[in-house]
Design a protein around this ligand. Sequence first.
Ligand SMILES: Cc1cc2nc3c(=O)[nH]c(=O)nc-3n(C[C@H](O)[C@H](O)[C@H](O)COP(=O)(O)OP(=O)(O)OC[C@H]3O[C@@H](n4cnc5c(N)ncnc54)[C@H](O)[C@@H]3O)c2cc1C
Length: 497
Amino acid sequence: MERADFLVIGSGLAGLTFALEVAKHGRVIVLTKSHITDSNTNWAQGGIAAAVGESDSWTLHEQDTLTAGAGLCDPAAVQFLVKNAPEAIDWLTSLGARFDVTGSNELDLGREGGHSRHRIVHHADKTGWEVERTVSAAVRKNPNITVFENTFVTKLLVDNNRCLGVSAIVNDLGARNFFARATILATGGCGQIYSTTTNPKVATGDGFALAQDAGAELKNLEFQQFHPTTLVHPQLPGFLITEAMRGAGATLRNHRGRRFMYDHDSRLELAPRDIVARAIQKEIQRLSTWCVYLDATHIPAELLQREFPTIWEKLRTVRIEIEKDWIPISPAQHYACGGVTTDLDAKTNIPGLYASGEVTSTGVHGANRLASNSLLEAIVFSRSAALVAVDEADLPSGLPEAVHIPQSIPEAEAIRVRHAVQHLMSQHVGVFRTTKGLQIASEQIRETAEEVASMPRTSFSTYAQEAENIVNVSRLVADAAAARTENIGLHFNEDFA
Ligand SMILES: Cc1cc2nc3c(=O)[nH]c(=O)nc-3n(C[C@H](O)[C@H](O)[C@H](O)COP(=O)(O)OP(=O)(O)OC[C@H]3O[C@@H](n4cnc5c(N)ncnc54)[C@H](O)[C@@H]3O)c2cc1C
């Protein structure tokens, strides 16, 4: 048994922000299922939204966020987010994060779709890498924080309606219980429930499954954001081409060279993500192709190389030279807008359990997330969680000693169900949905879940446990989508159009 004051599940920006803040008040344990930097955070490209420019204000940022959210945002949560944004940037900078600046040493602010001002604070096109580098280095240096890598959390321990901690499989040590007076779920997204996603392999939706199993409330899971411009290439599946490239002037063309966004929205390539993703998907269907193209060839090569060094280099590894070649792209799952319901203090409905980052539904995204608001959300809500979590009461005496030792379905079965469900999700719960398709997805995923429940069990396997989580979370998402009877934001049922 391990015991600390604060327990953090996940080592992305949400988890490590919380860890750094509460470490001023007690001992912290961070559990993470892979290497510390293995997270969605590490892959973020575009940046962090904050109204810090001269012609900007938090009210404009607020308005843009509410507009993107299509009427389903919680206005108080949005206001809390945008008002705290400049301070979140200062906090990261104070830890050593380096953001791009202009010649006069002002923050060099980028612009992305849905934003009425230049307000994206960034580090070239690898902002997430810089942010994760900063917070993980600070965590490593902090004597009050212990990080357990390769540690897979399998259960939230809830007793008498209070979260006491978690059970986990620690790679070298086996099953262990971890207890703390406050636990935060910061396990990120669930992109791996789809066949194509921009998310890394760790994003299997474990946190959504853990929360549901523990009785935490979840909401808005039908709102899955599909990034419009994801590379279509077998050697780099799901590699994201940041929206900032469209912000810098890149255009969308079909294979005949036509700029089809003229048919869809007056804001053209800088329309909100859901509109651009639907336009691309329609064009792909109309022409029976598998991709359309992002054309950056008219942008000076020197600017492309300076502003988008990651994309410039990565695409060269598959022989695409972005200053000369059109980039083949299509939409792919990118971000979960819904999740565990939390309040402004990141509290869930289970006392002692907090949640922050992509696993949550704080109310700031509503039916659609505004670009670059999620790294911001992770910092703002983890910092507010820390302010109240330090006052959590001590743990009761007589903590449960029995360790939950999970058993897994056979790996061969896990591979099969994982791919079957991912395929169903991509086919029926993607950018476009239909009533019939959602019914098929819901029913077949339910049948798969029942099949999984009756399978023989063997020793624990991370891969197989993730497959089970993928099945369970897919079911939640498909059911939520089937239950939504209007088209709003990211949810688009063609039968209601
Ligand atoms: C390619 C890409 C580009 C993006 N670009 C931007 C951008 O420019 N701006 C922006 O605001 N957002 C962007 N996003 C979204 C943003 O990166 C994420 O929403 C955000 O980083 C989520 O942070 P998090 O801390 O909640 O989760 P993550 O950073 O994903 O961290 C989750 C952590 O939980 C761990 N974990 C998961 N399950 C378990 C388990 N069972 N046991 C133990 N540990 C577990 C993971 O290993 C990981 O360490 C992008 C996302 C991607 C994928």
